[in-house]
Design a protein around this ligand. Structure first.
Ligand code: ZN
Ligand code: FE
Ligand code: FE
Ligand code: FE
Length: 182
């Protein structure tokens, strides 16, 4: 009979694998981003992600388990799509918007996963583990919100043929606005 604790530890091992993969993948996104705001946002979340790896290890400990990884195929897929987005939008001012979209997909996946883990940690009466998972969830939600707000700023600016709201973006090619009929 499979226990809820086993299911919980499986999902936690998925998270552990995922966060470690993201620590490796995020510097590539930072390098690709041409928007200074986006780069800063991703750098901040990369540092948070590094700490999340340690936080997940702590949760394992609180369940008297050694940290273990379970290959997260979803994260592998999301990282692959991110690499594709970078290639497809290279040299385009749309690159930052595409990167934001890719990053938001990761955050949404993380939000769903940590949300479930929090519920299960509560059912398993592990209050300290639950608290750490809640901390991580808040970080993922904040990262998603910051990305969303930046996307709006960037998209709006692009519609006006500019770089980003403060004009600090290095835009190699401008998006042409359609010619108006006289
Ligand atoms: Zn910008
Ligand atoms: Fe994370
Ligand atoms: Fe996964
Ligand atoms: Fe995240």
């Amino acid at each position: 009979m499979r226990t809820l604790k086993e299911l919980f530890l499986d999902e936690l091992a998925d998270r552990y694998d995922s966060e470690k993969r993201l620590v490796i993948a995020m510097p590539k996104m930072i390098k690709a981003a041409t928007c200074p705001d986006l780069r800063k946002l991703l750098e901040t979340h990369l540092m948070e992600t590094e700490r999340q790896v340690t936080k997940v290890e702590k949760v394992f400990k609180l369940f008297s388990e050694k940290p273990s990884t379970k290959k997260c195929d979803a994260t592998i897929g999301l990282v692959t799509e991110t690499a594709e987005a970078i290639l497809d939008n290279k040299g385009s001012p749309l690159l930052n918007v595409a990167l934001i979209c890719a990053a938001q997909k990761v955050e949404h996946y993380e939000i769903a996963s940590y949300g479930c883990l929090i519920e299960w940690a509560g059912l398993l009466r592990n209050i300290l583990g639950e608290a750490i998972l809640k901390e991580i969830l808040e970080e993922e939600k904040d990262a998603n919100q910051a990305l969303l707000e930046l996307a709006r700023k960037t998209s709006n600016a692009m519609a006006q043929n500019a770089s980003c709201a403060d004009g600090s973006c290095v835009v190699e090619k401008k998006v042409k606005s359609p010619k108006r009929a006289a």
